[in-house]
Design a protein around this ligand. Sequence first.
Ligand code: GUN
Ligand code: ZN
Length: 430
Amino acid sequence: MRQAFRAAVLHCLADPGEASDATAVEYFDDGLLIIEDGFVIAAGDASRLLAQCGDDVRLHEFPGKLIVPGFIDCHVHFPQLDIIASYGEQLLDWLDRYAYPAEARFADEAYAHEVAGVFLDELLRNGTTTALVFGTVHPHSADAIFNAAEARGMRLVAGKVLMDIRCPEELQDDPVSAYADSKTLIERWHGRGRLGYAITPRFALTSSEEQLAAAGRLAKEYPDVWVHTHLAENKSEVDEIARQYPDHRSYLDVYDHFGLLRERSVFAHCLRIDNQDRSVLAAKGGAAAFCPSSNLFLGSGLFDLRAMRAANVRCGLGTDVGGGTSLSLLRTASEAYKVLHLQDQALPASRALYLATLGAAEALYLDDKIGNFAVGKEADFVILDPAGTLLSKRRTDAASSIEEKMFALIMLADDRHIAATYIAGERYEF
Ligand code: GUN
Ligand code: ZN
C-alpha cells in the first residue's frame, strides 16, 4: 500500500557549504513524500504529486509541520546513557571516574538489554533513526544493542569495544579474545537486516599494539565492516600517544599503521590533527564524527569543519553521549553552530541539516540507502513540529524563509519538536 505524507518537505542533495548553496537543498512548502514498502517513491510539490496519486494511496496530512530525513548520529556510546551530565572532569579523568564504572555494570547482561531498549527509544524520541554505536568490552553488549535495533527495524551499526591495557582490569579483554569475539559478532550480526558491525578499538591508549594489529587483521578479513574509534580528542591523550609512538608522524598514522584507516573507518573528534592528516584521512576514505556538545562539555577543543571539508573529509554529527549532553541532533547542531562561530566559520541551517542527515550518511557509506528522499532510499523520516514549544512557535511564525525558520528551530528545538519518527515507513509507537 502506498502512503503519502503531506507537509513542508526539506532535504539535502549535497553539502550546501558555508554559503548555503541553494542547489544543494530541496524544499517544498506544500510538499508530499510518497512511500511504498518502506522505500521512497517520490518527494515533491503536493499539488503536482497528488494529481498523479490514485485512490489506493493513503494520505496523512500534517499542516504546519516539516518533514525531514531521519537524523543519523555518527558517534554515541549507549552504555554511557546513565552517566550523561557528570560533573567536572576532562577526558582521561572522566573515563576513570564516570565512564569505566558505568561500563563495568554491563557485565550484567539483563542490565545491558534494559539500557539498550531505553537508549534506542530515546534516540527515536529525538528523531534519530540510525546511529554508529559503541558498546562495552562485553560481547553481550553488542548483542543487546543489535537485538533492540532489530526489534525496532532500525538501521544501526555497532560493536563490542576492544580495550586491553591502561584501564580497569574488569574491563580488559586481550588481543586473542578481542579478535575471536569480534569475529563471532560479525558473523552473527553484520548484514543481518539493517544491521552492520563496527570493529571498535576504544582508542590507541587502551589497546596494546598486539590488539591494534589484531583489529587491523580483522578489518582486512572483512573489508565491508566499519571501524569505529576515537582520534585526537584531548591534549593529555594526544601527548601520551606521542610519547608511546615517537616514530609515528601523528596519532592518525598509528591507526593507519595497524590497518585501521580505510573506507568505513569513522574517527570521533579529530580535534588535534593537521592538514596532512586531513588529506590522508580523505584519500583513504575515512570519516570524522563532529561531536560539539561533547567537545565543549569535556573541555576538549574546537572542531575545524572548514579545514576538514576543504580537504574533502567526510563529516557527520555525533552526540557522543555520555561525553555529550544530549541525544538530540538538533541540540547538537546548535552547539556546532556556536563552536564554528567561535572560529569565524558559518553554519547555515541547510548545512547543519546536511551534517545530521546526508553528510552523516556519506560519512558512514550509507548514502545509497539513507540520508535524503531520493527515489529508492529507505523511508526513515521525522515530522518536525515548529510549534513544539510556545517560544519556537512565536519565533518560527515570524520567520520569512525556510532557512530562517529551520535555523530558529535548530537553535530552539529538542525532543518536544519531534511530532513523529518513521522507521522504514512505519510510525514508531513508544
Ligand atoms: N576516548 C576514549 N574513550 C572515550 C569515551 O568513552 N568518550 C569519549 N568522549 N572519548 C573517549
Ligand atoms: Zn566517544
